[in-house]
Design a protein around this ligand. Structure first.
Ligand SMILES: [Mg+2]
Length: 247
């Protein structure tokens, strides 16, 4: 991995796939307590134009939730790690069906969490997230609850991320999101660049590389990405430079 060099970014040639939490915004104690940096919305809008529309957000959030944080801006977005897709800001959201096994997992998680539990459950419909950012000592218990919730349920898996354990459907991931977008204009024919900070983004890095592009890992840790940026601030500096380039 290249540690020092700024990743290349060419709005005429690249398609940009951006994770949101931990990449474009800093984590907050609660998912909806995030705050966009000053000018962040305008920077994203300017970038999307520079890329001829070939900029997609690829997030674990639901698209409707992300739209709420970015309003009035609406961009091409993959939500719930690719279970939801919207190929342009004007399209309706298409949704891949959720396995009925999610209901079983939901029941098990509900049974495992007590009243006032320090582990918070976020029910995204197509995915369940156990949050322990405010109670890091609960990490191991959250992972155990995740494992137990999917035991014997072949359609589902539990994946650990930054202060979360997420119960999700197998066969849906950020790699699929990259491939789906890459088939469609204005993404088709461009070289994909995937930027993300977490476990689920590794899929996106690999898919971008398979399509001739590369990944940019935000923060520490092992990664399949070719480049690295230190933190959310470094991402904004990098994007701002590109947004301001003379066409
Ligand atoms: Mg992230």
């Amino acid at each position: 991995m290249t540690q020092d060099a700024q990743p290349p970014l060419d709005p005429a040639r690249h398609a940009l796939f951006l994770d949101f939490d931990g990449t474009f915004v800093d984590f907050a104690p609660e998912p909806d307590a995030i705050a966009l940096r000053p000018g962040a919305r305008e920077r994203l809008d300017a970038l999307a134009r520079r890329f001829g529309g070939a900029l997609a957000l690829v997030t674990g959030r639901r698209i409707a939730n992300l739209d709420g944080h970015l309003a009035p801006l609406r961009l091409p977005t993959a939500g719930l790690h690719g279970q939801e897709s919207r190929f342009t800001g004007d399209d309706a959201v298409s949704f891949r069906p959720t396995s009925p096994q999610m209901d079983e997992a939901r029941g098990r998680v509900g049974d495992a969490l007590g009243p006032g539990d320090p582990i918070a459950l976020e029910d995204k419909g197509g995915a369940l997230v156990l949050h322990f950012r405010k109670a890091p000592e609960e990490a191991e218990r959250a992972r155990a609850i995740g494992r137990a919730a999917v035991a014997g349920l072949d359609d589902l898996h539990a994946q650990s991320g930054h202060a979360i354990v997420e119960i999700r459907q197998r066969g849906i991931g950020k790699a699929d999101a990259v491939r789906l977008f890459a088939e469609r204009p204005p993404f088709a024919g461009r070289v994909p660049v995937f930027v993300g900070d977490d476990t689920t983004d590794e899929d996106g890095f690999r898919a971008a590389a398979e399509l001739g592009g590369f990944g940019v890992k935000v923060g520490q840790g092992e990664s399949a990405a070719r480049y690295r940026l230190a933190d959310v601030s470094a991402v904004h500096d990098w994007l701002e430079r590109t947004a301001r380039q003379e066409p």
